[in-house]
Write a protein that binds this ligand. Structure first.
Ligand code: M6R
Length: 369
């Protein structure tokens, strides 16, 4: 059932182009507009929303962090993202105009379920983004947008994450479409780009051999740091989470701009630091800033592992290892930038002799609070 792969995780990483395409299937009409009727929250109601609150755990929380950038940019609706386990205990401000989005692969995560119950008690509408048909979270929500990743068996989430991102983009673009924002043209262009993105994910998968070799060469390291900015910041957090859970290594993700506020003191000779570089097109100011961050850490001896768009030459002089990803619109970059980090963590875990599909101390769905 592993389809010729040694681990479910490898199989699920390889299935990502299909998972992404399947999650888009039937949701973009012939005119390039989104049809999300299945969501069952009417356009009039969506126009009334004055706040979006996303609750999730672990990898799904990272998808939520990325969704915030997309939702606020395309809809101008304020969006908060909160760890489901923290949410209800701080007495959050919610009412009938808040849309709460609960993201969960399994649909059975107790922390997320308790958060959505709390939101519904406050009169908010809850939209679930879920990969498991008929599971508890969608059953208890007002509406559901299913991800079509297929069953995810490995404890470490991979294809579910990419499809959660796709679902989040769809919701953000749909809200923008329904409410009509000044980004109308950009929204249409991004919908077009989304419909090609699975091919880009495929292209990334075809170039992963050097990433595997790099991972094997780092098997005896104690720490790996991950840096990113903008949507690359949650990608850095996700890269670090994968490494902790699979390789049992100390790994941390930081917003690159925070380096100078403390973490730069951690940099020492030969410390591997993975940097997710935003596109030099689009928000290019971010790109320039991260290039100087790379210079700073390299000057202090870090071994820089740079994930950058094809054609981005500015990073070349400062990259000890360069991992290329295809050019995408800024907000969609996590769909391609996360893949090398999954492969990296999986290979490091294998090199360290760890059980890839079933890491120690973890369960696939966490049904206790
Ligand atoms: O089933 P869920 O999406 O609600 O699970 C949430 C987290 O437990 C899950 O993403 C966890 O962090 C993964 N093992 C990470 O790879």
């Amino acid at each position: 059932e592993k389809g010729g792969y040694d681990y479910f995780m490898l199989k699920e990483i390889a299935e990502q182009p299909k998972a992404v395409a399947d999650t888009l299937l039937g949701r973009i009409d012939a005119n390039g507009s989104l049809t999300l009727d299945e969501v069952r929250i009417g356009a009039a109601e969506l126009r009334e929303i004055d706040k979006v609150v996303i609750v999730a755990c672990g990898t799904a929380f990272h998808a939520g962090l990325i969704a915030k950038y997309a939702i606020e940019h395309w809809t101008r609706i304020p969006c908060e993202v909160e760890l489901a386990s923290e949410f209800r205990y701080r007495d959050p401000i919610l009412d009938s105009r808040s849309l709460v989005i609960a993201i969960s692969q399994s649909g059975e995560t107790m922390d997320t379920l308790m958060a959505l119950r709390h939101a519904r008690e406050q009169g908010s509408k809850v939209l679930a983004i879920c990969n498991t048909n008929g599971s508890t979270i969608p059953r208890e929500s007002d509406a559901v947008l299913y991800t079509h990743a297929g069953p995810e068996v490995a404890v470490a989430s991979t294809k579910a994450f990419l499809t959660q991102l796709v679902a989040c983009y769809l919701v953000a673009l749909y809200l923008g479409q329904v409410r009509g924002t000044k980004w109308g043209d950009e929204i249409s262009a991004v919908i077009r780009d989304l419909s090609h993105i699975s091919g880009e994910v495929e292209r990334v998968l075809e170039t992963m051999e050097p990433v595997r070799a790099l991972a094997r060469s780092l098997a005896d390291k104690k720490t790996v740091l991950f840096l990113g900015r903008h949507v690359g910041y949650p990608v850095a957090l996700e890269g670090a989470l994968k490494l902790k859970e699979l390789a049992y290594m100390h790994a941390e993700g930081f917003a690159a701009g925070e380096l100078k506020h403390g973490p730069i003191a951690l940099i020492e000779e030969d410390l591997p630091v993975v940097v997710v570089v935003p596109s030099p097109r689009g928000r290019s100011v971010l790109h320039d800033k991260i290039v100087s961050n790379i210079q700073e850490i390299r000057a202090r001896g870090a071994r820089t592992i740079v994930i950058a768009e094809e054609g981005d030459e500015a990073v070349v002089p400062y990259a000890d290892h360069l991992i290329r990803i295809p050019a995408t619109p800024t907000l969609l970059q996590p769909l391609v930038a996360t893949v090398p980090l999954q492969v990296f963590a999986c290979e490091l875990a294998t090199a360290r002799g760890n059980e890839v599909d079933q890491p120690r101390n973890l369960a696939k769905s966490v049904t206790v609070e």
